[in-house]
Design a protein around this ligand. Structure first.
Ligand code: A2P
Length: 269
């Protein structure tokens, strides 16, 4: 265990697994990703989130995090922002390989393939850490079985914040399991709102003014054949949901699949 580890190796509470951290990677002073071993009995669907955390004295301190690895992977990956004074993330940012984190036993979520009716193009629209569940879905073989094209969009403030999405897409294209299909079907579109970039502006604006579709050389949203997943901050979800509804998309859920689904980006506080 690392020197400043905030983790004690005691038996986890009954509703939680303890999982050993294997890898930690810092992208900026605020953004980091980590991988832990996958508890043998832990099952989830690609795109879901789960509670994770650390012991805080006698009690677990937990937050919801999207699982950024696919359901077939024998490791669990997460992508996190360090919220200043955030009770969990300010400690989590110091984790190191061989520390232990707590993982909930009940993953859940709506950014799953089964919450969408069949379609041809899948748009995965994200801002900030909202790209995490899409890191899982683009490495899921079923995504490519279901769709002809998979378009991930990632909008951040600065170029440094795009490092993670660039990396996960590069890794996916080189992946032995899904690489070949991803090379044929997967596209990453990045945009920045506070630095110069080939595509500048919020994703909401790029959809409305058509720049997103122009950059892809592809037609605009068509609810007859497009399916959309959205993950970002609450205002981003609200604005993109309004755009999707106006374009004729219908919100789906686990109980009733639709043509788009949304989920707040976790990985904070
Ligand atoms: P902006 O720089 O114009 O606020 P944040 O870190 O605040 O979550 O933002 C991540 C990205 O999401 C930023 O590029 C930000 O743009 C953008 N963003 C913030 N609010 C919205 C919104 N309501 N709709 C679309 N994009 C948004």
């Amino acid at each position: 265990m690392s020197e400043n580890a905030t983790v004690t190796r005691q038996a986890p509470p009954p509703n939680l697994y303890a999982a050993r951290v294997e890898q930690v990677r810092h992208y900026t002073d605020k953004l980091f990703a980590f991988t832990c071993e996958r508890p043998a009995a832990f099952r989830f669907r690609s795109g879901e989130f789960v509670m994770i955390g650390l012991m805080n004295g006698e009690r677990p301190l937990l937050r919801a995090y999207s699982i950024a690895s696919p359901a077939w992977d024998d490791r669990l990956s997460f992508y996190s922002i360090n919220v200043p004074d955030g009770p969990l993330t300010s400690r989590l940012q110091h984790i190191r390989p061989s520390d232990e984190i707590l993982v909930g036993r009940k993953p859940t979520g709506t950014l799953v393939l089964d919450a969408l009716t069949p379609g041809k193009r899948l748009f995965l629209l994200s801002t900030g850490t909202g790209v995490a569940p899409f890191a899982s879905l683009i490495r899921e073989p079923e995504t490519y079985e279901r769709y002809d094209q998979v378009i991930v969009t990632h909008t951040c403030r600065t170029d440094a914040e795009l490092a993670y999405s660039r990396e996960i897409v590069a890794d996916t294209l080189a992946d032995p399991l899904v690489g070949e299909e991803a090379r044929a079907k997967l596209r990453l579109v990045t945009s920045l709102t506070r630095e110069a970039h080939p595509l500048e502006g919020r994703i909401t604006m790029l959809v409305k003014n058509g720049d997103l579709f122009a950059s892809l050389g592809a037609p605009p949203f068509d609810p007859a054949q497009d399916r959309i997943m959205i993950c970002g901050s609450a205002p981003m979800l609200q604005d993109l949901k309004a755009i999707a509804l106006e374009a004729g998309f219908v919100e789906g859920s686990n109980h009733e699949p639709g043509t788009f689904v949304i989920e707040r980006a976790f990985a904070g506080s």
